[in-house]
Design a protein around this ligand. Structure first.
Ligand SMILES: C[S@@+](CC[C@H](N)C(=O)[O-])C[C@H]1O[C@@H](n2cnc3c(N)ncnc32)[C@H](O)[C@@H]1O
Length: 270
């Protein structure tokens, strides 16, 4: 691919999804985009860029989806889920004792492992949450991963990554070679296509936001802008959980780290 075409592609990805495509990612461009070019009869990466320049929206969408990294697994990194169980949930059970309402957002939900991990943790607290209305919203820029998330169907490999065996037995059913998540857990999560570069109004106010392993793909100004918008969409005592390689430090003064809780941040008000 010519340097000009690479620049065009990287500008387009940045505007459409926030993804920063650095020059060392040439191998990714080829392995992920050549199959799309061939499928559409464009044959080469040059042909594909030509299609993008003609503003073929369906092609742009396919290219953005192909260039995103969708890897996820159940209870990824453990700590955020330990924090949820030991710190966030006990706080909300007290603080929302009147409204009995909790709203959680998994802001880069990918194929659903993150929101379903939260749903299973909540299901395990059934007695404490009797009479409560708990909403989990899972959003992602990619329609393709959301289709998989909605289906709640996982391979043996996927359920072996991070999911405790007791939870597998309790909340999944074997379907051929695959495992289907229980309808009760499935029903606890609503999915919606959503680009984190867009305005957050219309999503409502959240008590907890999991925004993990997506900011790492953005540049500093984009990370800062997303963090500020997240703060605006959260309750005054809202809590934000970031990925292991992500932080608010140096990016946003709207959050501060929660002491002794790695990856967990609380909203700063006033
Ligand atoms: C690596 S996955 C993270 C999944 C999950 N949060 C986890 O930590 O396991 C990153 C997800 O971010 C999504 N993504 C990338 N850019 C996005 C954007 N601008 N808006 C919303 N989602 C985006 C991708 O489609 C992908 O599914």
């Amino acid at each position: 691919m010519s340097p000009q075409d690479f620049q065009f592609l990287s500008d387009l990805l940045k505007v459409k999804s926030g993804l920063v495509l650095t020059a060392d990612k040439g191998y990714l461009v080829e392995s992920r985009l050549l199959p799309i070019a061939r499928k559409r009869g464009l044959n080469t990466l040059e042909g594909l860029v030509g299609g993008l320049k003609r503003r073929d929206e369906a092609l742009i969408r396919d290219v953005v989806e192909a260039m995103t990294t969708n890897e996820s697994f159940f209870f990824r990194d453990n700590t955020p889920f330990d924090n949820f169980k030991a710190h966030i949930l006990p706080h909300l059970l007290k603080a929302r004792a009147d409204s009995k309402r909790i709203r959680i957002w998994s802001a880069a939900a990918s194929t659903g492992q993150e929101p379903y991990s939260l749903a299973m943790l909540l299901a395990e607290q059934k007695a404490a949450l009797a009479g409560w209305r708990v909403e989990i919203l899972g959003t992602d820029i990619s329609a393709e991963v959301l289709t998989r998330a909605r289906a709640g169907l996982y391979t043996q490999f996927e359920v072996q990554r991070g999911l405790p065996i007791q939870l597998l037995v309790k909340y999944f059913k074997k379907e051929g070679d695959m495992w289907r998540i229980a309808p009760d857990i499935r029903g606890m999560v609503q999915y919606r296509e959503f680009n984190l570069l867009d305005g957050f109004t219309g999503l409502g106010r959240f008590d907890v936001v999991f925004c993990r392993n997506v900011l790492i793909y953005f540049d500093q100004p984009t990370k800062a802008a997303v963090l500020d918008r997240l703060a605006d969409s959260m309750a005054d005592d809202g809590m934000l959980c970031l990925g292991a390689a992500e932080t608010v430090l140096g990016l946003s003064s709207r959050f501060r780290p929660v002491k002794d809780r790695r990856g967990l941040y609380e909203v700063v008000r006033g």
